[in-house]
Design a binder for this molecule. Structure first.
Ligand SMILES: [Zn+2]
Length: 104
């Protein structure tokens, strides 16, 4: 209920341009708070499995280097699934401008 999964990976933050470990939250596959890493096979519920194992799903990322709340570096990503395996995540700055850039 209200569950999601996590993907741990190292990625460059598009706001501060530094590479960090991220925990990306996403809501596809079997939602059981599974912690995925790159190369893991996605677990799916009995329905809705992408038959060719190819899928781009939305994920949500917060940069660990960002300041709290107002100036947080948060952005959406595409979580890339190929042949049933998670192969990466790409920031989707075009899709949601919920990035709050620090004003100086
Ligand atoms: Zn950042």
């Amino acid at each position: 209920m209200g569950m999601f999964n996590n993907l741990k990976l190292n990625m460059r933050c598009p706001v501060c341009n530094k590479s960090h470990d991220f925990e990306i939250e996403f809501k596809f596959g079997l939602l059981d708070l599974h912690e995925y890493s790159i190369g893991d096979k996605v677990e799916w519920p009995p329905f809705g499995y992408p038959t060719d194992g190819r899928f781009n799903g939305e994920g949500y990322a917060v940069c660990e280097a960002s300041p709290p709340i107002e100036a947080r570096h948060e952005f959406l990503v595409d979580v890339l699934v190929r042949n049933g395996l998670i192969v990466g995540a790409v920031p989707r700055l075009d899709r949601e401008v919920h990035i709050k850039v620090e004003l100086k």
